[in-house]
Design a protein around this ligand. Structure first.
Ligand SMILES: [Zn+2]
Length: 455
């Protein structure tokens, strides 16, 4: 009795800004709607299986845009449209060929996957001695041995970070800037150990970023089993590698952010943006990255409408273009908002997979963070137990920069994300329906609370 009373007093005092019982019932209603009549999983199936991989500039990108408009209409959006933007147009071409040459003739093939935005080798490929480089420090130490060689960066995904996106942040520079850093010392091509803890041999692509003052050299990712094998051989002997990639970079082309709105009843000119990115790598179905973010966002709109919620502010779902190899959708969205003097109240992105909810990351003022943290007891039953200080998403980053909009990122469990990230096993079958739905519930609940009580 006494314990129960204390709990009530403590809970009520910490939730004094809002009505806990009413809100908890409303969120339960949203959850029931998503768990019994949810469309996120079926939407994802259609996107991944009927459209598939949808890299910017590909025919599938346009197909995905149409899918997005239809899904938003079906969800009950008051209006939908496509916002034009110029997007990166990089094409992989025919699949890569790679092998290690042993004793001057024996070919030991391995899987290589060109990095996004990389140049191709030309049809004859590149054949050169390969040098094992475990870190940028080692690259600097061996800079006089690099000329004319293929650099193989074997920097490992650090297992000590509990959140794997930290390992990704740590290792990502070998993919992003590694090629140009090797080119600076005369390398002719680069191989990069994939950014993953996975125990399989899928190669994981992702975009690189050339330094324009260095020669642009071809670059490809290698799966972990092959990377370990190559490294073990290179520690004992000297070898050459043959690599052929067929990638081409074309001029930017027309693409679109796909947008759907529920018009606000009190402040129709104040926007709450919820989104994910519609593009994906070509070799996968882009299920977790970022099909789940797209269907999460659409489901938030659908569920709020289905339970009869009338948002105070305009809720805008945005399926962003070209996140993977250009960020031109997010950039155009922010530029347009700034040009039109729009008031962007809050933005939420889901681009970390469709796994079990764990937390949100929030970037705003300390007061806003404290206010959002007050909502935690209402999210806890559905899995979110923490609001981290700092977070957001790549696509809503430009909005924060341009308009100082408070932003948040949905943070599901990260342990399996990099098993599939940017690899051919990022497919629909690797998404769990329940986990996906729980993500949508937490996002819908957060949007409801922010819309109702403000930041
Ligand atoms: Zn993504």
């Amino acid at each position: 009795m006494f314990k129960g009373l204390m709990f009530c007093i403590l809970t009520l005092s910490s939730l004094s800004v809002f009505s806990q019982a009413e809100d908890s019932l409303f969120i339960r209603k949203l959850a029931d709607e998503i768990l019994t009549s949810g469309k996120a999983y079926e939407n994802l199936r259609v996107l991944t299986k009927n459209v598939g991989g949808r890299l910017s500039g590909s025919p599938q990108m346009y197909k995905a845009e149409d899918w997005g408009i239809n899904a938003l209409k079906d969800a009950g959006a008051d209006k939908t449209w496509k916002q034009e933007c110029q997007v990166t147009h990089w094409v992989r071409g025919a699949r890569e060929e790679a092998y290690l040459i042993q004793d001057g003739k024996k070919k030991l093939p391995f899987k290589a996957l060109a990095l996004g935005n990389s140049v191709g080798t030309g049809k004859n490929g590149v054949k050169a001695p390969v040098i094992l480089i475990n870190s940028f420090d080692e690259l600097e130490l061996k800079k006089d041995e690099i000329k004319g060689k293929i650099v193989f960066y074997n920097y490992k995904f650090n297992p000590l970070f509990i959140k794997t996106n930290q390992s990704y942040g740590d290792a990502g520079k070998y993919r992003g800037s590694g090629p140009s850093r090797a080119a600076k010392y005369g390398a002719v091509a680069v191989l990069v150990r994939s950014m993953t803890h996975s125990t399989d041999n899928h190669a994981h692509t992702g975009s690189l970023s050339y330094n324009d003052s260095m020669p642009k050299i071809p670059a490809a990712a290698v799966g972990l089993k092959d990377a370990d094998k190559l490294a073990a051989m290179l520690e004992k002997g000297t070898y050459s590698v043959y690599l052929r990639t067929n990638a081409m970079m074309y001029p930017d082309t027309l693409g679109h952010n796909v947008i759907g709105e529920l018009t606000g009843s009190e402040f129709p000119n104040e926007y709450i943006t919820i989104g994910g990115h519609l593009d994906s790598w070509d070799v996968a179905e882009g299920a977790h990255d970022d099909g789940t973010g797209c269907v999460h966002s659409i489901e938030v709109l659908r569920a709020l409408k289905a339970v009869g919620y009338k948002p105070r502010r305009t809720i805008r779902i945005v399926l962003f273009a070209n996140e993977e190899n250009g960020l031109k959708g997010g950039t155009a969205y922010a530029a347009e908002a700034k040009k039109n003097n729009e008031k962007h109240y809050f933005a939420l992105e889901s681009d970390a997979g469709g796994f079990t909810p764990r937390s949100f990351g929030f970037s705003g003022s300390p007061e806003q963070l404290a206010k959002i943290r007050n909502y935690l007891p209402l999210l806890l039953p559905y899995g979110v137990y923490m609001i981290n200080d700092g977070g957001g998403g790549a696509d809503i980053g430009p909005l924060r920069q341009a308009l100082n909009t408070p932003v948040a990122g949905f943070e599901p469990d990260s342990q399996r994300y990099f098993d599939i990230h940017h690899a051919e096993n990022d497919v629909f079958e690797n998404v769990n329906k329940r986990e996906l739905e729980l993500g949508a519930i937490n996002m819908a609940a957060l949007i409801y609370l922010v819309d109702k009580y403000g930041l």
